[in-house]
Structures are given as structure tokens and as C-alpha cells.
Design a protein around this ligand. Structure first.
Ligand SMILES: Cc1cc2nc3c(=O)[nH]c(=O)nc-3n(C[C@H](O)[C@H](O)[C@H](O)COP(=O)(O)O)c2cc1C
Length: 352
């Protein structure tokens, strides 16, 4: 069985699979480049993307802006002519500066979530970069696309729907996660209807891509049958040689059992899904003082004094060999990752 390609404007991905952005440092040039080379879309996470640069601790923003270009160029080299883009969280400090940098260096696509990317069309205007919001509900889709139509007389180039089984931050209230999982299929259909209204209004094709808990070929077929044009997958790609996270991070996935995957409360103000460890049990009862602020989040979200822990520190520990002191973001399927294989194998298995 072969799937139809994913078409976003003039871009065509041979296979309709986007590799979801994974920060910090989990989806960088090796993973994104490899997925794109095999015909999918590779996404670099901009969250503290420069963490391996020498001056990262001294001048974090400068290192991050430098790394956006460096990682993109390296990914493009691996990808040959493949499609490479960025994931930028709305909650990120200097969001606009980061988006403008991604556009300036020629990103093929930008995917933006963890909040509603209200001024994204304005930031991308005049470029070839295609953009997508990450949306978790029909309400969010309605509000955002209506606002974009009114304010910018345009709509999204594509839309990512992220359901409650995803890894990392979730666009649901803590208490809604379980019930949302049962209603997600009907929500997907509603969102597609809304997107199609705007696609018709602006006479363009706006593909909708589903993310969150997609693991097998059957899962892909399911979301295509609901009317999606593709899927975004992240967790499964952690089990690859090319995934940019270090081996001790990947080993935590290999050793995780179903009951080891839990929901935590993040300082970003959203719940997040992660692998149980010493860190996740400590933050249930204690506050971990911030050692060093790297200005990663908007001040309105992170008031520094009252937050339970520093999200940057916790995610940096995950890729700096301190896996017990780290937040190990993972999707609900992380326990199914039981070997380290290659991107080519996974994509071959999903599409052949
Ligand atoms: C380790 C990890 C880190 C992630 N980091 C981000 C991120 O920085 N920004 C974002 O929008 N989504 C992030 N996500 C969500 C993914 O991009 C993706 O949409 C989601 O995990 C898809 O579900 P799956 O993991 O079940 O395939 C992350 C997911 C994982 C597993």
C-alpha cells in the first residue's frame, strides 16, 4: 500500500508523514534531515536549539539564532532535496525574532503551537515559507482561522491537529485528557470541516495533519480515512540511530513500560507527558529552585519565583546525561519503542 503524497502549496512530500519537532535537542539536523531524505518532512525544534554551542550559557539567544541556520543547513545537506522546517512554540521568549530568523534562512515550513500563533501570517508574509498552527480543538480552529481571515485576509497553508496522546506539552486541561481521547475522532472531523470552509474561501488546498499517538500503518490509514492528508509522528522516531538525543535518553524509552508514562504539570501552564523518573516524583511535592534563568519562556507564563521547576533546565538535563534529574518528554506510545532502528526502516515499514 502506498499513501498519497502530502502537498502543501508547491511543496510535495513523497510520503505524508511529518516528523514532529522535539525539544530540547531531540529533533535536530540528523533526525530531520534523515526523515526528509526518505520523503517525509523533517522538523527541527527551535527550543534552546543552540544548547551545544560554546556561547550558549553566556549568550543564549545569540547561540539559538546561530544554531537555527547551522542546523537547517546541516539538515538540508542530509535531506538532499527534502523538506525541512521548524517547530516554534508560541510560549517561547522572543517568539517573533525566532520566527523571523527561520523565515530569513529559508525554512520550507514552520509549525507553531503551545498557544495560538496569532500573528504568524504577518511574520511569514512575503516569503516562500509555509506555515501551520497546532490546534487541539474545533474551538481553537474556529477562533484562529476566523481571526486570520479577518486580520490578514488569508488562512493557514496546512493545519496540525494534536490530540491528547502526544508527547511533550498538551493543548488540553489536565482533567480533560482522558475524555478528549475518546472524542478525538469526531473533533478531527469537525476541525477538517472548519478548515475546509476557509480553504474554500481563499480557494486553496489546506491539508490537515493529525498528531498524537500515531504509531503504525493502521493508525495512519485511520486518520487518512477521517479526511486527514497526513500524520505527524514524534515518539516512534526517538527509537532511531538518527534521533539527535543521546543514547541514555533513548534507553529510557526502551526501558519504559506502559505504567511509566505519566502526565506532569509544566511551568508553561499546560500538562505534559513524560517518562516517570526521580524528577517526576520530586516535582509532585517539591519546588526545584531555578539555578540559572535562560529566558526561555515569556515572562507572563513563567514568573520565575513561583514556578515548580525550570522547564529549560529539566529538558536540558534530558540531553545532558542527567536523566534522573530531567523531564523526559514522551508520547503515550513510548513504551512500544523497544529497539533502535533507522529512519529508513521505520518509514519503509509504515509505507510499504
Ligand atoms: C521528546 C518530545 C519532545 C517534544 N517537543 C515538542 C516541542 O518542542 N514543540 C512542540 O510543539 N511539540 C513537541 N512535541 C510534540 C511532537 O512534536 C508531536 O506532535 C507529538 O509528540 C506527536 O505524538 P507522538 O509522539 O505520539 O507521535 C514533543 C514530543 C516529544 C516526544
Amino acid at each position: 500500500m502506498t499513501f498519497n503524497p502530502l502537498k502543501i502549496g508547491e511543496l510535495t512530500a513523497k510520503i505524508p508523514i511529518i516528523q514532529g519537532g522535539m525539544g530540547i535537542g531531540v529533533s535536530l539536523h540528523r533526525l530531520a534531515g534523515s526523515v526528509a531524505r526518505e520523503g517525509g518532512i523533517g522538523i527541527l525544534s527551535t527550543a534552546q536549539i543552540g544548547y551545544q554551542c560554546d556561547d550558549f550559557e553566556k549568550n543564549t539567544m545569540k547561540a539559538n539564532l546561530f544554531a537555527i541556520k547551522e542546523q537547517f543547513e546541516k539538515a538540508k545537506k542530509i535531506a538532499k532535496n527534502g523538506i525541512i522546517g521548524f517547530n516554534v512554540m508560541v510560549a517561547q521568549f522572543e517568539y517573533e525574532k525566532i520566527i523571523r530568523r527561520c523565515v530569513e534562512i529559508g525554512a520550507d515550513v514552520i509549525i507553531s503551537g503551545a498557544g495560538l500563533p496569532i500573528n504568524l501570517p504577518e511574520l511569514v508574509k512575503g516569503s516562500k515559507t509555509k506555515f501551520a498552527p497546532i490546534i487541539s480543538s474545533s474551538k481553537g480552529a474556529k477562533v484562529l482561522l476566523k481571526m486570520w481571515a479577518k486580520r490578514y485576509q488569508r488562512t493557514a497553508d496546512f493545519v496540525i491537529i494534536e490530540g491528547p496522546l502526544a508527547g511533550g506539552h498538551l493543548g488540553f486541561k489536565y482533567e480533560e485528557i482522558e475524555s478528549a481521547a475518546n472524542q478525538m475522532d469526531s473533533e478531527v472531523k469537525k476541525i477538517i470541516e472548519i478548515v475546509n470552509q476557509y480553504a474554500k474561501m481563499f480557494q486553496i488546498n489546506v491539508p490537515v495533519v493529525f498528531a498524537g499517538g500515531v504509531y503504525t500503518k493502521e493508525d495512519i490509514k485511520h486518520y487518512l480515512s477521517l479526511g486527514c492528508s497526513g500524520v505527524q509522528m514524534a515518539t516512534r522516531f526517538v527509537g532511531t540511530i538518527e534521533c539527535d538525543a543521546p543514547n541514555d535518553f533513548k534507553e529510557r524509552y526502551l526501558n519504559a513500560k506502559k505504567e511509566d508514562i505519566e502526565i506532569i504539570k509544566s511551568p508553561v501552564g499546560m500538562p505534559g507527558r513524560a517518562i516517570k523518573n526521580t524528577f517526576t516524583s520530586v516535582i509532585k511535592t517539591k519546588t526545584i529552585p531555578i539555578k540559572k534563568c535562560r529566558n526561555c519562556l515569556l515572562l507572563k507564563l513563567c514568573n520565575r519565583k513561583d514556578i515548580p521547576f525550570c522547564i529549560s533546565e529539566a529538558l536540558l538535563n534530558a540531553v545532558n546525561h542527567k536523566t534522573e534529574e530531567a523531564l523526559l518528554f514522551a508520547g503515550s506510545n513510548a513504551y512500544r519503542v523497544n529497539e533502535i532502528t533507522t529512519v529508513k526502516d521505520i518509514l519503509g515499514n509504515l509505507t510499504s
